[in-house]
Design a protein around this ligand. Structure first.
Ligand code: PLP
Length: 302
């Protein structure tokens, strides 16, 4: 007999736990429906955000909503919700403090016109969807072992600064990484490091941290920006500059950053150790600063 504790959980909380937001209403996820004519489904015509929260407090909510504004403007969609409306939708999805650690996912597509055509007719309401899902706690192995990555040619388009839901190239490369026993693929374009399929990349040479500059080639990660701020406050030397692919082979450390994975030390790349093959000292310092910042978010102090 399988156990089900649902009789001990108030119905409202059960509902909340798998409720999603769709076009102005909160509904249980198994009752949320989108038309097959939705342009997100037919064309991948939409943008998204993933925003981490700790203990019921968002980390970097405004920075994520600013980036959403930039993605929407780049694809000529107007933001369907005000900043306050986004705040209250997302707050309801994660629940009040002290809520479990969760990431809010939101996406806006160009909506559901009557016909499939590359050109969308005017006056179509966007489809707005959001949900919350638990953030997996980081395995203790990360700090002692780090993670494995491969490099791959960056086969994506030329506006990687837009956080589009069209993620086929990233999906393909993530599969290749998984098949090679790696967590992530670090991408190379025109001889330069761009980013991971769902992360930004940092390289440490001596005591200096380097990361590729913002531009159309990478997503301007919110964790990347926070890491640079923390490096500044912790007096860690850093520079945003192009990183030739061959620099990866002589890097003392390589890290990845993303909102849900935080800062990850890469200890093996393309079957070779990075530095001495263990998470490095600069990563450990940065991670300390990041964890302190996160604890302040969790306590509602930031
Ligand atoms: C391509 C890409 N680069 C970088 C990132 C990291 O961005 P953030 O730190 O805002 O999560 C992501 C996150 O999903 C991503 O998809």
């Amino acid at each position: 007999m399988f156990s089900d504790c649902s009789d001990r959980v108030p119905v409202e909380i059960q509902m909340r736990n798998n409720e999603v937001y769709l076009n102005g209403v909160f509904v249980p996820s198994d009752r949320a429906r989108v038309s097959v004519m939705d342009r997100g489904f037919l064309f991948g015509d939409g943008v998204y955000e993933v925003i981490p929260s700790y203990g019921g407090h968002f980390l970097g909510l405004d920075a994520h909503l600013d980036r959403l504004d930039r993605s929407l403007a780049a694809v000529r969609l107007s933001n369907p919700l005000s900043r306050d409306a986004w705040r209250s939708v997302l707050a309801r999805l994660i629940g009040p403090p002290p809520a479990p650690d969760q990431a809010a996912y939101l996406q806006v597509t160009r909506g559901t016109p009557p016909e499939r055509d590359h050109l969308c007719v005017d006056g179509v309401e966007p489809t707005v969807f959001a949900l919350a899902k638990p953030i997996k706690p980081r395995s203790p192995d990360i700090a002692s072992l780090g993670v494995v990555c491969i490099t791959r040619p960056d086969i994506r388009w030329q506006r990687c600064d837009i956080k589009t839901i069209s993620l086929l190239a990233a999906v393909m490369m993530r599969r290749e990484a998984e098949d090679a026993g790696a967590l992530e693929a670090i991408m190379i374009r025109d001889g330069l490091v761009t980013e991971g399929t769902a992360s930004n990349v940092f390289v440490v040479l001596g005591d200096q941290v380097l990361t590729p500059p913002a531009g159309h080639e990478i997503l301007p990660g919110i964790t990347r920006a926070l890491a640079l701020d923390l490096a500044r406050s912790g007096e860690i030397r850093f520079a945003e500059q192009p990183i030739p692919a061959e620099m990866l082979a002589r890097a003392d450390e390589i890290w990845l950053s993303s909102s849900t994975r935080e800062l990850l030390p890469v200890t093996r790349l393309d079957d070779r150790p990075v530095g001495d093959g263990r998470p490095g000292a600069v990563w450990a310092r940065m991670d300390g600063l990041y964890q302190r910042y996160k604890a302040q978010v969790r306590d509602g102090r930031i």
